[in-house]
Ligand binder design. Structure first.
Ligand code: B12
Ligand code: SF4
Length: 573
């Protein structure tokens, strides 16, 4: 605890405790803490992409609040309780709806073990109706958290937002091999989305707006430069629900790349189809987009949204892949109009897109959404279903006579499996798309320096990934995939020259993959994220850190400690 009224507040910011993805008093086995293995490549066995992502919101808060701050990510229950005994003025808990019970137990632990601490609840779980009565707390902050938390601490809410320097992904593997390329940086331009799709939590939680952390594409670009310099990586996972929707910002970002000659190697983004088309696919290539997550949602207008009106999704996916851009297409199953008879049409449509990755999710009316309100009015919400089951992977959280009990889980499993068997593993598709993009760029009649850079980068990506084809062939789901992998390998070898080195890498990779399969068989396929504890020291050191992390155009403040303090605290100097 801070011992004088003026000493900095001791603040603990914690995510919920593990273990994750196991059936216990607090959670469910479907709720694993992995993006791809849980929601995308989950039925692809040893070919599934494995990775962990930190609870980024906590680091954003820590970087931007004044105080002596500790972030505890993926703690065990015991570790969280041990941390509480160290004495904190404030404990901030971040949780989502399926982790409701964990947050409830953590708040109770705060009251028991550190009764003088104030509890601040934040994150998507705070959208649960009546949360005030369900979890013990002193403050609840809904929506964007930095500015209101600053206000709560008596700080200047509108001081510039400092972006934390973090890897986007940790422990990334496929076939037990590290995913080729570096770990990439996290870049969060802001939270929320303006599109307002009825089912979507993120648009509703942030008031159907984009809450930007930076004022322009230029400022975002400068932030990206600073992050890339600090981490020594030119790749970014851009965590913005709809990055290309703000076309002006994205064009300005591209303009800065062109002006400064700093092109960045790769951007992984989320964007809706209409925003992609408005921005332009060739502009995406110039921008360095190598992966895009697109919500295709449904084959029919009945189950779809304004963002996809009049768009031929199959064509779009094909055009993106032709340009070497990996596509993750997501679709929604067990919608109100679905029946066991017609749902297959949507599954086949999604499979027929032949995207690199497909996400199938169950229609889930999450709190605050328009869909939730509609289902509430119609009396369809499953109030009997505890929140740990509201994860969209097993049962529906609304009453649908055609999909009772575990029927949605069976449908999901079948859909993922079909995509795998028809389109082969995502690892194969990634290499195929990279090959297509490489050829296209190589054969362009005219390339400027930016496109030459893109050709260089996609060529080296192809070299890094192609030895994986030996592993894909030996672990193929069926003969079709084996043949595809061998044919593609022959084409790439013919073009790039199959070196002895790449054959040796292929052999070593096969040995590692065999060991990985054994590991999965013996120990099961659960991977728990490692606990990460990060300490953000109080005032003086924090101010220095903030100065160092300021975007380039604010650098003059770095030469003036008072101006720097003023920028962080909001006081005049
Ligand atoms: C990264 C991510 C993950 C990572 C996990 C990260 C982690 N360590 O927890 C992975 C991929 C593993 C994952 C898994 C799941 N996720 Co997820 N995930 C996201 C995603 C894409 C980004 C979150 C993020 O980092 N955003 C950037 C940061 C800066 O924003 P933020 O987290 O919202 O934080 C801001 C505010 O919310 C607030 N805030 C956050 N925490 C706190 C705490 C305090 C004290 C305060 C004051 C404020 C505050 O302030 C922050 C700054 O403004 C979001 C969608 C999205 N774009 O937001 C979904 C999302 C959070 N996930 C969701 C879901 C449902 C799941 C899964 C259940 C999916 C599934 N079916 O398996 C699992 C659950 C896993 C588990 N056991 O917990 C839902 C939550 C819905 C809800 N209403 O609760 C979301 C919103 C996606 C969606 N649209 O449905 N997820
Ligand atoms: S476009 Fe995507 S992020 Fe935006 S509201 Fe619709 S589903 Fe949500």
């Amino acid at each position: 605890m801070s011992n004088t009224p003026n000493s900095p507040k001791k603040i603990l910011l914690s995510g919920v405790f593990g273990p994750f993805g196991v059936d216990d008093e607090f959670g469910r086995k479907e709720n694993i803490m992995e993006l791809f293995h849980n929601q995308v490549t989950r039925e692809q066995g040893e070919a599934s992409f494995r990775s962990h992502h930190r609870s980024f919101g906590l680091y954003f808060l820590a970087e931007n609040l004044d105080g002596d701050i500790t972030v505890l990510d993926f703690p065990s229950r015991k570790a969280f309780e041990a941390e509480l005994r160290k004495g904190y003025d404030i404990v901030g808990l971040s949780f989502i709806a399926p982790n409701f019970k964990k947050a409830q137990a953590m708040a109770a632990a705060v009251r028991r073990l550190s009764p003088s601490s104030q509890i601040v609840l934040g994150g998507h779980g705070t959208a649960i109706e009546g949360i005030e009565k369900l979890i013990d707390h002193d403050h609840i902050i809904r929506g964007e958290g930095i500015r209101p938390f600053r206000r709560l601490l008596g700080q200047n809410a509108d001081a510039p937002i400092v972006h934390p320097i973090l890897p986007s992904t940790e422990q990334s593997y496929v076939f037990g091999l590290p995913i080729p390329g570096d770990s990439g940086n996290l870049l969060v331009p802001g939270v929320g989305c303006v599109n307002g799709c009825a089912f979507c939590c993120t648009t509703h939680f942030f008031g159907k707006q984009s809450v930007n952390f930076f004022s322009s594409g230029k400022e975002l670009f400068e932030t990206a430069c600073r992050i890339a310099d600090a981490r020594g990586s030119e790749e970014f996972f851009v965590m913005d629900e709809n990055f290309l929707k703000d076309r002006t910002r994205a064009m300005e970002f591209l303009g800065e790349m062109e002006r400064t000659g700093r092109y960045f190697d790769e951007l992984h983004i989320f964007s809706s189809a209409e925003a992609i088309l408005a921005f332009g696919l060739d502009n995406m290539v110039r921008l360095g987009v190598s992966f895009v997550w697109v919500g295709v949602e449904s084959s029919s207008p009945t189950g779809n949204y304004e963002k996809n009106a009049g768009i031929d999704a199959t064509q779009l996916v094909n055009d993106l892949r032709d340009r070497g851009i990996l596509v993750l297409a997501s679709g929604i199953l067990c919608q109100e109009h679905h029946t066991p008879a017609n749902i297959q049409r949507d599954i086949d449509f999604m499979v027929g897109l032949n995207a690199d990755f497909v996400q199938f999710m169950l229609l889930s009316p999450m709190p605050t959404t328009t869909l939730f309100k509609r289902h509430q009015e119609l009396g369809l919400l499953r109030e009997d279903l505890p929140f740990e089951e509201w994860h969209g992977q097993k049962e529906l959280c609304y009453r649908h006579p055609a999909f009772p009990g575990d029927a949605p889980a069976v449908t999901l499993k079948g859909a993922f499996r079909k995509d795998f068997e028809v389109n082969s593993s995502s690892a194969y598709r990634v290499i195929e798309t990279t090959w297509r993009g490489y050829q296209r760029l190589l054969n362009l009649p005219v390339r400027d320096s930016l496109l030459n850079f893109r050709l260089l980068k996609i060529g080296s990506r192809l070299r890094r990934w192609s030895p994986m084809l030996a592993v894909v062939a030996s672990h193929a789901v069926n003969d079709l995939e084996r043949t595809r992998a061998l044919e593609l390998r022959a084409k790439i070898d013919a073009a790039l020259g199959g070196s002895l080195k790449s054959r040796a890498i292929g052999l070593a990779a096969r040995a590692i993959a065999a060991a990985w399969v054994l590991r999965l068989r013996v120990l099961g396929d659960g991977l728990q994220p490692k606990q990460i504890r990060t300490h953000y020291p109080a005032t003086v050191r924090r101010v220095q850190a903030a100065v160092l992390t300021m975007p380039c155009h604010r650098k003059p403040a770095a030469q003036c400690p008072q101006a720097a303090v003023a920028m962080v605290t909001g006081e005049s100097c």
